[in-house]
Design a protein around this ligand. Structure first.
Ligand SMILES: Nc1ncnc2c1ncn2[C@@H]1O[C@H](COP(=O)(O)OP(=O)(O)OP(=O)(O)O)[C@@H](O)[C@H]1O
Ligand SMILES: [Mg+2]
Length: 250
């Protein structure tokens, strides 16, 4: 199944009926910095720092590319912003809060405001497509009926309505990626971090995928889109955060 033109060109059904979860900024208001890193560095247990002295800010409602060759640190930077890892030095502010001052139990509330599309999808193979997409809502204690309605809308939007009862193992890479996108936005997070979401797709489908993310962006969601695909980046006029050897060079 391919993404239909309807899906590409129209607003997501969920957003059209239910815009409440996404804040829209009046244009006169100064942009809120949803993320701010100040000289942040990060290393894994093995020791060496893989992110070095990174300072950046992300405005609410913006669309950003995160670029850099394989190993440059894109996934590591996304996990730092998503609070999956913590900096070894420096400050990570999220929604105005200095997260380095927070205790571990205070992090989940902030994490829930961020949706993540993982490079390796991270779908649960023992659950159906609709159960995977609905899981964040189930964990948030949402009613079954509401979960079913939201999940159905989003699966239609990503062009996978017919696959709601399928297991992830029978899906293609691009289909799994679309399930991962639906799951990442089902709670209407303030910000979406997408890690190489079009990495496994051919050129035409890659552009269609970009339109999915642009639809979310136009609806008010802040989007950070990691890719090493310079051709894709050059086709769209969005600001680029570029990493090289763990340093931000642009
Ligand atoms: N869990 C980990 N433990 C130790 N080192 C890691 C881990 N994950 C990544 N690294 C290292 O951190 C560096 C940056 O990796 P990262 O995955 O962030 O790069 P990337 O830009 O996302 O690459 P790709 O385009 O291949 O996905 C690499 O040197 C990598 O080996
Ligand atoms: Mg990566």
């Amino acid at each position: 199944m391919h993404l239909s033109e309807k899906i590409i060109e129209s607003k997501p059904a969920a957003a059209a009926k239910e815009p409440s979860g996404v804040a829209k900024e009046p244009s006169s208001v100064a942009k809120e910095q949803i993320v701010r890193l100040e000289n942040a560095s990060m290393g894994y247990f093995s020791g060496q720092e893989v992110l070095k002295d990174i300072s950046l800010s992300i405005d609410r409602g913006g669309f950003y590319f995160l670029s850099g060759v394989s190993g440059a640190g894109k996934s590591s930077l996304l996990s730092l912003i998503a609070l999956s890892t913590r900096p070894t030095r420096g400050i990570v502010r999220l929604f105005g809060t200095d997260t380095t001052q927070l205790a571990r139990h205070e992090l989940p509330a902030l994490r829930r405001r961020v949706g993540m599309v993982f490079q390796d999808y991270r779908l649960l193979d023992h659950l159906t497509v609709e159960e995977n997409v609905g899981l964040p809502l189930k964990m948030a204690g949402e009613e079954k009926k509401k979960i079913a309605a939201k999940v159905a809308e989003l699966l239609e939007w990503v062009g996978l309505g017919a696959y709601h009862k399928a297991r992830p193992e029978v899906l293609s890479g691009g289909q799994k990626q679309r399930v991962a996108i639906a799951r990442a936005v089902v709670t209407r997070p303030d910000m979406l971090l997408a890690d190489e979401p079009s990495g496994n797709l051919d050129a035409s489908l890659r552009i269609r995928f970009m339109h999915l993310f642009e639809t979310l962006h136009k609806d008010g969601m802040t989007v950070v889109f990691a890719t090493h695909d310079e051709t894709l980046i050059s086709m769209f006029k969005y600001p680029v955060l570029k990493l090289k050897d763990g340093r931000l060079i642009r």
